[in-house]
Design a protein around this ligand. Structure first.
Ligand code: URA
Length: 209
């Protein structure tokens, strides 16, 4: 599985384990996802381009490095992507935000688009697509396909959890897009859920079940 970055940091793994528990409350599930997202942001932005600016310290003037957050676009796949987006924006507050609305057709499990809104000048931007669960991979593939029409400088994909089927689908369609994940679980079941997984991420984030 080349181009897959497993974020194995103990803090991430500990928090993910707490999230998997079926009796974790909506409140703690959302808080833990928020915290993990901040830590994943740290990993996925590791190679972000930097520039030197002049800074006056109390003692002298120096050249110091900054990232250009405005060049970065965080693209959330609705609705569960919101759970990762919030945490990432905490640490990269200057990032622009795009949204893609996709739902899974319950019979075919294919992705159907109902919303697409991106910032302008996408050809100058680095994109990070976020969705907690890379399960069948159909939504991720469809989202990246749409984004590639806008010719961004780069695209990365961040999820909390995936499975071999999701990784394979994504890598077949978009081998150029690196995947950042906290875990690769055993398998996908016939309903498109990841096993052992953590259930329906959207329902658990928003308390809709
Ligand atoms: N989406 C979810 O929320 N959970 C899964 O296990 C798979 C897809």
């Amino acid at each position: 599985m080349s181009n897959v970055h497993l974020v194995s940091h103990p803090l991430v793994q500990h928090k993910l384990t707490l999230m998997r528990r079926k009796d974790a409350s909506t409140n703690s599930f959302r808080r833990l996802l928020n915290e993990i997202s901040m830590l994943m942001a740290y990993e996925v932005t590791r190679d972000m381009p930097m520039q030197d600016i002049e800074v006056e310290t109390p003692l002298e003037t120096m050249q110091a490095k900054v990232i250009d957050g405005k060049k970065l676009v965080l693209v959330s796949i609705l609705r569960a992507g919101t759970g990762i987006l919030d945490g990432m924006l905490t640490v990269v507050p200057g990032a622009r935000v795009g949204h893609i609305g996709l739902y899974r057709d319950p019979k075919t499990l294919t992705a159907v688009e109902y919303y697409f809104k991106m910032p302008g000048e996408m050809e100058n931007r680095d994109v990070i697509v976020v969705d907690p669960m890379l399960a069948t991979g159909n939504s991720a593939v469809a989202a990246v396909e749409r984004l590639k029409e806008l010719n961004p400088k780069s695209i990365k994909f961040v999820c909390l959890l995936t499975c071999p089927e999701g990784v394979a689908t994504m890598q077949k369609a978009h081998p150029d897009v690196p995947i950042y994940t906290a875990a690769i679980d055993r398998e996908l079941n016939s309903h498109g859920y990841i096993l052992p997984g953590l259930g329906d991420a959207g329902d658990r984030i928003f308390g809709t079940k």
